[in-house]
Design a protein around this ligand. Structure first.
Ligand code: NDP
Ligand code: 2IT
Length: 462
C-alpha cells in the first residue's frame, strides 16, 4: 500500500532532520514545521500529493541543492584586513533560476539563510513567475562603516560570488543591509571581473538596467495585498482609510509600507529600529524618517529632536518577551523589521486591543506561538510569503526587462505589481477554501506555493 504522509510522519520527518542539524537551524525548523503542518489537508485529500512520500518531495524540498560558504577578506579604512563569512544557499530551481536576496547583518549564519531560502521557494512559486528559491549574505555589519568600506566589502564578496551566479543560474537581490548602494557596488565588481553587463542581480540602479519601483515594491505590495484581503474577507473597499496602523522596522520595507498606507489615507503612527520604537500619535513624518534612516543612516531617536511630542521607547524598556510597537492600539499591524519580532505576548496584546488585521512585511516576523494565537482570534492574518512577495515580483519584472532589453515605466510596473499581489491574494484565499481551511491564509499560501513547486519537481524526476 502507498505510504501516506500523516501528521505523525510529517513530524517524524522534522524530528529526523532536527537530530542531524545544529542549533543554528532553529529558525529553519520553525519555517519548515509551519509548512509541513499546513500541508496536512493537502496530503489527506489529494492523491497526487499523497504520493509525494514516494517521490520524496518533502525530503527533497527541505534539503538545499547546495550551500556555498566562502571567506571574504577586505581592507578597512585603517588598512587593516577584516575577514567575514559569505554564503549563498541555492535551495531549489524547479521553477526557474535560483532567486532571492542577500542579507548583510552580524546575525547571519547558515541556519538563518536556510530559513529564508526555504521560505523564498514557496513565495516565489506563489508569484506565478519562473523563479526558484535562494538566499545569501554575510555576517558583515554595514553599520558604522564608511561608504568606501562598504564598497570594498561588496567587491570582496563578489570576487567569490560571481562564480556561482548568472541570469539563467542564480539572480541575487537585496534584503536587510543590502539596498541600492550595495547592489551598485556588487554589480560594478561583477562587471569588472567578467566584462559582462548582464542581469545578474535585481534591485539595480536604473542605469544598470534596474526596474522602476523595485525599491518601493515590497512595502507597496504588502499594502496592496492587505487591501485585497480585507476586501475579500470583510467586503470593505476603503478599509484602511482613517485607520490607525502600526509598523515596525525603519528600512526599505517599513518606510514604503508607511508611504502606501498614507497614500490610502491610513494613519501609520509607529516604526522601529534596532535601538527602539518610535510612536507619533498624529501619524509619522515620513520625509523626516527617510532623511534619518535612508540618507543619514542614524538612530530613530533623532526623530524626537524635531517632533518633541513623539515618544521613543528604547529596547531596554520593552515589555518582557515583547516589543513596544505591538502594544500600541491599532486597526492593523505591519511587522516589517525581522524574524520573530512579534511574540506570543505581543499577539495577546494586539488581540486584547482590538487589532483587526496583521500583515507580515518582514520574513517570518511572528513566532510560531504568536501565529497560533492570531489564527484562533478574529484577526485577518496575511503571512509573509504571500504578503511580502511584491519585492521579488518586481525583481522578476526586472529580469524580464533585462532579458528583453526593455524599460517599463513606474506606472506600468506599479499596475502589474498591484494586479499580481491581488492575484496572489485570491489564489491563497481560494486554496484555503478548497482545502477546508477557509480564511486561513497561512495554510492557503503554503499549500498553493507547495503545489506549484511539487508539480514541477515530480515532472522533472530526479
Ligand atoms: P533594511 O535593512 O532596509 O531595514 C531593516 C530594518 O529592520 C531596520 O530598521 C533595522 O534597524 C531593523 N532591524 C533589522 N534587524 C533587526 C533586529 N535584529 N532587531 C531589531 N531591528 C532590526 O531591510 P528591509 O527593509 O529590506 O528588510 C526588512 C524585512 O523585510 C526583513 O525580514 C527582510 O527579509 C524582509 N523582506 C525584504 C524585502 C526587500 O525587498 N528588501 C523583500 C521581502 C521581505 P536598524 O536601522 O537599526 O538597522
Ligand atoms: O525576501 C525577499 O523576498 C527578498 N529579500 C527579495 C528577493 C528578491 O530576489 O527580490
Amino acid at each position: 500500500m502507498m505510504k501516506r504522509i500523516t501528521t505523525v510522519n510529517a513530524k517524524e520527518e522534522i524530528a529526523k532532520l532536527r537530530n542531524e542539524q545544529c542549533a543554528e537551524d532553529d529558525v529553519f525548523f520553525q519555517a519548515m514545521e509551519e509548512v509541513l503542518l499546513s500541508l496536512l489537508p493537502l496530503f489527506k485529500s489529494d492523491e497526487v500529493y499523497a504520493k509525494s512520500a514516494k517521490n520524496a518531495i518533502i525530503r527533497r524540498l527541505i534539503t538545499p541543492d547546495r550551500v556555498i560558504k566562502f571567506k571574504v577578506a577586505w581592507l578597512d579604512d585603517k588598512n587593516e584586513i577584516q575577514v567575514n563569512t559569505g554564503y549563498r544557499v541555492q535551495f531549489n530551481n524547479a521553477l526557474g533560476p535560483y532567486k532571492g536576496g542577500l542579507r548583510f547583518h552580524p546575525t547571519v549564519n547558515e541556519g538563518i539563510l536556510k530559513f529564508l531560502g526555504f521560505e523564498q521557494i514557496l513565495k516565489n512559486a506563489l508569484t506565478g513567475l519562473p523563479i526558484g528559491g535562494a538566499k545569501g549574505g554575510s555576517d558583515f555589519d554595514p553599520k558604522g562603516k564608511s561608504d568606501f568600506e562598504v564598497m570594498k566589502f561588496c567587491s570582496a564578496f563578489m570576487k567569490e560570488l560571481h562564480k556561482y551566479i548568472g541570469p539563467r543560474i542564480d539572480v541575487p537581490a537585496g534584503d536587510i543591509g543590502v539596498g541600492a548602494r550595495e547592489i551598485g557596488y556588487l554589480f560594478g565588481q561583477y562587471k569588472s571581473i567578467t566584462s559582462s553587463f548582464e542581469g545578474i542581480l535585481t534591485g539595480k540602479p536604473p542605469f544598470f538596467g534596474g526596474s522602476q519601483m523595485r525599491t518601493e515594491a515590497t512595502g507597496y505590495g504588502v499594502i496592496y495585498f492587505t487591501r485585497k484581503m480585507l476586501e475579500l474577507e470583510r467586503r470593505e473597499d476603503e478599509c484602511l482609510k482613517d485607520q490607525v496602523c502600526t509598523v515596525s522596522g525603519a528600512g526599505n520595507v517599513a518606510l514604503h509600507a508607511i508611504e502606501k498606507l498614507q497614500h490610502f489615507g491610513a494613519i501609520p503612527v509607529s516604526c522601529s529600529d534596532s535601538g527602539g520604537t518610535l510612536y507619533d500619535s498624529r501619524g509619522v513624518d515620513l520625509e523626516l524618517l527617510k532623511d534619518l534612516k535612508l540618507k543619514k543612516r542614524v538612530s530613530l531617536k533623532e526623530y524626537i529632536k524635531v517632533h518633541t511630542d513623539a515618544e521613543f521607547t528604547p529596547v531596554a524598556d520593552y515589555p518582557k518577551d515583547g516589543h513596544a510597537v505591538w502594544h500600541i492600539p491599532c486597526f492593523a499591524a505591519f511587522p516589517c523589521a525581522t524574524q520573530n519580532e512579534l511574540t506570543a505576548i505581543d499577539a495577546k496584546k494586539l488581540i486584547k486591543n482590538g487589532c483587526k488585521c496583521i500583515s507580515e512585511g518582514a520574513n517570518m516576523p511572528s513566532t510560531a506561538e504568536a501565529v497560533r494565537l492570531i489564527l484562533k482570534s478574529d484577526i485577518y492574518f496575511a503571512p509573509a510569503k504571500a504578503a511580502n512577495a511584491g519585492g521579488v515580483v518586481v525583481s522578476g519584472f526586472e529580469m524580464s526587462q533585462n532579458a528583453a532589453m526593455q524599460k517599463w515605466t513606474f506606472d506600468e510596473v506599479e499596475t502589474k505589481l498591484k494586479a499580481t499581489m491581488e492575484e496572489i491574494c485570491i489564489n491563497v484565499s481560494e486554496t484555503a477554501k478548497e482545502y477546508g481551511v477557509e480564511g486561513n491564509y497561512v495554510d492557503g499560501a503554503n499549500i498553493a506555493g507547495f503545489k506549484r513547486v511539487a508539480d514541477a519537481m515530480i515532472a522533472e524526476g530526479i
